[in-house]
Design a protein around this ligand. Structure first.
Ligand code: RUB
Length: 321
């Protein structure tokens, strides 16, 4: 798919969820490299940087996107010829997509161990990797039941209940504001992440922090499923994760909003759950307490991932090699 098409789909949320966004961006960079007619490495580099910038400008919160882009773009770094540069991008992109898919499978295997036979689970939004943990537990023969939230305003909960239904899992569908009413029926909260900061805070769909808060109050454990490429090296430097604020029309139709001149609709897409509300983050490298997020960034992503600015400055590789 050409870069502008992928970028549009990410912006419109036709491609959504942090993992899928990252893989789509890697694939778009690979296709861009393959179709390039650049005659010199310099012009190829410029073309690819423009493509990377277009993808990076789509949605600001999911750190998987810049991490994936930087890992792929690092393929150009040591290239002398256009052919080498193209091969570098293609190899890195394919590696990223494959390792991302393997990461989801490994997390499902690790995460399902924390789900017990008879557990009732609550999930919020639509996370591929959180659902993979739940489905793996079900396939292992554990009898589980799920409460899935609606997820206003974009209703990602509808995708979640379809997936759970298709997997044959007993599921309850609730409005977001019913979370606290049902939390005492829940044994474990399982959610995904768009970003994990160095201090173990988890950025995920708006409302996640309310779910986690209700869980903590009710002494229910909170498990976050997140691939290592969702951890954010730049937060080491004190940088904050930008929370995307989307159009108010997603919440209230413009025709109604314009009749209410004193009302401003606010529509942040994500929120921050502090580390203290999270019991466990399951990554493909193993399950860690959120306080160990620093170790994941240091040992598996590396400081030079390039997420600090220039997309060409990264070393890339899921192990930072
Ligand atoms: C999606 C969302 C998901 C994370 C993790 O938000 O918050 O929980 O991205 O998803 P949006 P995954 O719908 O706005 O993209 O596990 O699939 O990467």
């Amino acid at each position: 798919m050409i870069v502008s098409e992928t970028a549009d789909k990410i912006k419109r949320m036709e491609i959504r969820g942090a993992g899928r966004i990252a893989r789509a961006a890697a694939e778009a960079l690979r296709d861009n490299a393959l179709s390039s007619r650049a005659a010199t490495t310099e012009s190829f580099r410029m073309e690819m940087t423009q493509a990377a910038d277009t993808l990076l400008a789509t949605r600001p919160t999911a750190v998987s996107l810049p991490n994936a882009v930087h890992m792929v773009m690092a393929g150009i770094k040591k290239a002398f010829t256009v052919e080498e540069a193209k091969a570098g991008i293609v190899t890195r992109a394919d590696e990223f997509v494959t390792s991302s898919q393997h990461a989801v499978e490994r997390i499902a295997a690790f995460g399902s161990r924390h789900i017990r036979d008879g557990d009732t689970i609550m999930t919020h939004c639509n996370s591929e990797v959180a659902l993979a943990c739940i489905i793996a537990a079900h396939r292992e023969g554990k009898e589980i039941e799920v409460f899935a939230t609606e997820v206003r305003p974009r209703n990602q909960g509808l995708i979640t209940i379809k997936t759970l239904n298709d997997a044959g899992i007993k599921t309850n569908f609730i409005v977001d504001s019913a979370v606290r009413s049902f939390i005492s029926d829940i044994d474990l909260v399982v959610v995904g992440a768009d970003a994990v900061t160095v201090n173990g805070a988890v950025v995920n769909k708006i409302g996640t922090s309310q779910v986690a808060h209700a869980a903590v109050e009710a002494r229910v454990n909170v498990m976050v499923a997140a691939e290592t490429y969702k951890f954010a090296p730049r937060t080491i430097l004190g940088e904050l994760i930008k929370i995307e604020e989307r159009a108010g029309s997603e919440v209230l139709p413009d025709e109604i909003a314009k009749t209410l001149p004193n009302v401003t609709v606010r529509n942040p897409a994500f929120d921050v759950t502090p580390a203290e509300y999270v019991d466990l983050i399951v990554t493909e490298k193993g399950a860690i307490p959120p306080q160990m997020a620093y170790v994941i960034i240091r040992d598996y992503l590396g400081w030079e991932i390039g997420e600090f600015g220039d997309p060409l400055s990264g070393t890339g590789g899921l192990n930072g090699s």
